[in-house]
Ligand binder design. Structure first.
Ligand code: FAD
Length: 476
């Protein structure tokens, strides 16, 4: 009989609850084996605007995991399907082939929840046990609530409550599983008549996918860099952040492993409020905050703003300005450098995500949902809850968002966070020769040849945006 582990956003063998429990159950029974399963669904991924680089990372990670699990006597069957609806067919074939139980980690997005509900019902009708593990967050949704039992809408009290829970418990991680019986996957695939997962195009090759390498990155960060995190995290020209987001998003790493390692390496520093370690922990709590919000307010998936009155804002539908923003041709060097970092590498520094999002919404008055979708289609760490949360924060439409009258000045931001212009020079070669402070605003005398003129006047844009918000706030 087969104990099937359906891997989705938990592509790791350490600290994997589903793998752990499936292996324990199979090893306890005679003639039982564990089968890990991954189903590539490119049509659904595309519908979710998943970036090609993120899709490639998933495929590379699954192939790597196949080798890693084989050394633990566990076979991983990687299949190519099209959309989520194909998953039901695969499970009905597996049921016929002797599947007795399913194990998996829950997901919070609407379509994923719907898919899992249907598969659960289908399998239960066939007397197959289904086990879901809610381990996307350290504190799962529903466990951190206000005194009246509601989901927090403001981060600071959420964080306070979260931290008090952390103090009450020890974060445990599951060890690597080892199975006693190895399934012959080739034979099984033939029997089922299913298609093997295709390779990606390798565009994510700069991101290593071996689990040990990723764990080493986490350890290295906690040992050598986290102490300086609070001082360096806002400067895109230096490597001051962990760059682990892509791994957290597809689950090569769990948040539990991050906190566990942080506690081990940073220890007492975690008790100091502004230490690098406690500020980094705060970022992991933001990750959980947005996931809790998403589960409590599923309307967010339907592109609704969290603050209902902001739905009345009439954003500009200007495709020319939007294209200039996407391509990094706005004439604002820090915005252009940031957008080119995203386009060239699939990742963008957090400070720059805030600056570029604010620029699209508050300097160009373009709908934040256009930007949200564009980010998703490019980011290697694209993740609905964090991306939607970040965009609604910047657009002042979200929960605990930036107040609408707080409008970033892109030139001042540039002077503060890229003081020497090193980051700009790296990504905007047309103005790399510009000396000194002029790099932040090279149009003073005349726009350098080869560089684009500014597409908007910040002071004018600011007034228009304030008027747009005041209008909807007044009528509220
Ligand atoms: P670190 O600074 O090392 O932080 C550690 C981890 O904490 C990150 O890997 C991430 O998992 C989590 N984290 C950090 N900041 C946030 C945050 N503000 N909200 C939620 N989680 C956070 N993050 C994503 O993972 N996916 C996204 O699609 C995404 N879209 C964003 C869009 C906008 C407009 C904004 C403003 C932020 C977005 N973020 C997103 C949050 C943040 O920018 C990235 O998590 C961070 O830049 C990743 O780099 P890092 O791993 O070096 O982060």
């Amino acid at each position: 009989s087969l104990h099937v582990v359906w891997l989705r956003n938990d592509l790791r063998s350490y600290d994997n609850a589903a793998l752990h429990h499936a292996t324990a159950a199979a090893n306890d029974e005679q003639n039982s084996a564990v089968l890990a399963l991954f189903i590539a669904t490119p049509k659904t991924w595309q519908r979710h605007d998943m970036a090609p680089i993120r899709q490639d990372l998933l495929r590379r990670r699954v192939l790597q995991m196949q080798t890693e699990l084989a050394s633990r006597n566990i076979a991983l069957m990687a299949l190519e399907a099209s959309s989520y609806s194909d998953c039901a067919k695969i499970f009905s074939k597996l049921a016929d082939a002797g599947m007795v139980a399913l194990y998996g980690q829950t997901e919070y997005e609407l379509r994923e929840q719907q898919r899992d509900k249907e598969i659960t019902q289908q399998l239960q009708r066939a007397d197959i046990t289904v086990n879901w593990y809610d381990r996307l967050c350290i504190m799962p949704p529903g466990t951190i609530l206000t005194q009246s039992g509601d989901t927090y809408k403001v981060f600071t009290p959420f964080k306070r409550n979260w931290l008090s829970r952390l103090h009450e418990q020890e974060i445990r991680c599951y060890s690597k599983p080892k199975a006693s019986v190895l399934v012959d996957v080739k034979q099984l695939m033939q029997q089922l008549g299913v298609k093997e997962m295709a390779d990606g195009d390798g565009c994510s090759a700069d991101w290593p996918v071996a689990e040990q390498q990723v764990l080493d990155k986490l350890r290295g960060f906690c040992q050598q860099q986290v102490a300086d995190y609070n001082d360096k995290r806002d400067f895109p020209a230096v490597k001051g952040t962990s760059r682990l987001s892509a791994y957290l998003a597809c689950g090569v790493l769990s948040a539990q492993q991050c906190v566990n390692r942080l506690q081990m390496e940073a220890g007492p520093a975690l008790e100091r409020e502004k230490s690098g370690a406690s500020v980094w922990l705060s970022e992991l709590i933001w990750r959980e905050f947005y996931k809790h919000i998403l589960l409590a307010y599923p309307d967010l998936i339907k592109h609704k703003p969290f603050q209902a009155e902001t739905a009345a804002i009439r954003w500009r539908q200007n495709k020319t300005l939007f294209k200039a923003w996407c391509e990094g041709n706005t004439g604002y060097p820090i915005v252009d450098a940031a957008m080119r970092q995203l386009n060239d590498t699939g990742w963008m520094h957090n400070r720059l995500r805030m600056i570029t999002a604010s620029f699209l919404v508050k300097d160009l008055q373009i709908d934040w949902r256009w930007g949200e979708q564009y980010f998703m289609s490019k980011l290697i760490d694209g993740e609905f809850a964090a991306n939607n949360g970040g965009w609604q924060w910047a657009a002042s439409t979200g929960t605990d968002a930036a107040p609408y009258f707080r409008i970033f000045n892109p030139v001042t931001q540039s002077e503060r966070f890229d003081p020497e212009g090193d980051f700009i020079r790296r990504f905007v070669p047309e103005i790399a020769h510009v000396q000194g402070k002029e790099i932040h605003w090279p149009h003073k005398k005349s726009t350098p040849s080869g560089y684009c003129p500014a597409i908007v006047d910040h002071d004018e844009a600011r007034k228009i945006t304030l008027a747009m918000f005041t209008e909807v706030k007044k009528s509220d």
